[in-house]
Design a protein around this ligand. Structure first.
Ligand code: FVH
Length: 287
């Protein structure tokens, strides 16, 4: 018989993230049943199930944290999900999450998708800033609110099961842009006698100062006017891009991380957007 308790749950997946999640629930006094595809050392105190089916049968609340959507499908295929609350913390696309929701609901379960905005070392650590976007079955979210709040903060973004993935991937995509810029900057200084350790705080401070740019972009998108209140216009930025490219060439660094964005900036200027900020690039990306 499954355990219907606010203090018991199953975790499928003992990778870096699944293990961190499990440890956080164990530390909070939860009884946790775990399963992993291949033998791995389970966090001390967890009950190890021999099969995924046994693990799912053990508790009403089942948290899934596997590599990708295909792994989730392969693991849950053929298992009785009647009456189960499935919380999927595997990174997925919005369409994958919506399809998974239908697949699970059709088999008698309730579904909540989650996008974890943290790395494993932040899980279960108070004030680490870790949180999870959730979307999908409101009743599941409300019924398990206490358990879901243990590993990280909770940000429920609505009943559409695809929304958590969309918020998650949108923020991850923004992060790649930041990482790409940092990689290019470190490459630029790399051949000189400049310490990366001394340079890093300068980069962090500048990126933090520029991060507020997103508020201006959001306001312009909301107004539909991309030229009002612009301090740094696109025509000027496109000219400056030439200096960035010449510097990359001088330092023997490939500009391949920069050129796709620069090409879009140039296109927007060519189409008459020279007095705008970079907001018009958003429109160029929408297909
Ligand atoms: N770690 C991180 O920094 C990020 C933070 C944000 C959220 N992600 C997502 O979390 C999912 C799991 O990530 P992870 O860090 O736990 O990943 P791994 O340590 O590589 O563990 C992968 C687990 O998935 C199992 N697995 C892989 N393929 C299958 C399959 N076909 N069937 C069943 N299980 C599968 C794997 O099992 P094994 O290789 O040990 O047998 C691990 O349990 C992920 O979506 C991140 O994007 C983490």
């Amino acid at each position: 018989m499954p355990v219907h308790s606010n203090k018991a749950l199953t975790v499928l997946g003992l990778g870096d993230m699944g293990s961190a999640l499990t440890r956080s629930w164990l530390a909070a006094g939860y009884a946790v049943t775990v399963w992993n595809r291949s033998p791995r050392r389970a966090p001390a105190g967890a009950a190890v199930a021999a099969t995924a089916a046994t693990a799912v049968a053990a508790n009403t609340l089942v948290v899934v944290c596997l590599l990708d959507d295909a792994a989730v499908r392969a693991t849950l295929d053929g298992i009785d999900l009647t009456g189960r609350d499935i919380v999927n913390l595997t990174t997925s696309t919005p369409a994958e999450a919506r399809a998974l929701s239908e697949w699970i609901t059709a088999r008698g379960g309730r579904f909540l998708d989650g996008g974890i905005m943290a790395v494993p070392s932040m899980i279960g650590v108070a004030d680490s800033g870790a949180y999870v976007f959730y979307s999908g079955a409101t009743e599941l979210h409300e019924a398990n609110a206490e358990a879901l709040a243990v590993p990280a903060g909770v940000n429920y973004v609505g009943a559409d099961p695809g929304f958590a993935a969309l918020y998650d991937i949108a923020l991850l995509s923004a992060m790649w842009g930041m990482f790409a810029g940092a990689a290019h900057a470190f490459a630029l200084i790399g051949k000189e006698d400049i310490s990366p350790m001394a340079f890093a705080p300068l980069m962090v401070a500048y990126q933090q100062a520029m991060a507020g740019y997103a508020y201006g972009t959001a306001a312009q998108l909301a107004r539909g006017d991309y030229a009002e209140g612009v301090e740094s216009n696109l025509a000027m930025m496109v000219t400056t891009n030439g200096t960035l490219l010449r510097t990359a060439a001088e330092q023997g660094v490939s500009a391949e991380l920069l050129t796709p964005f620069m090409a879009l900036m140039e296109r927007r200027v060519a189409e008459g957007g020279g007095k705008e900020s970079t907001t018009g690039v958003v429109d160029l990306l929408r297909r």
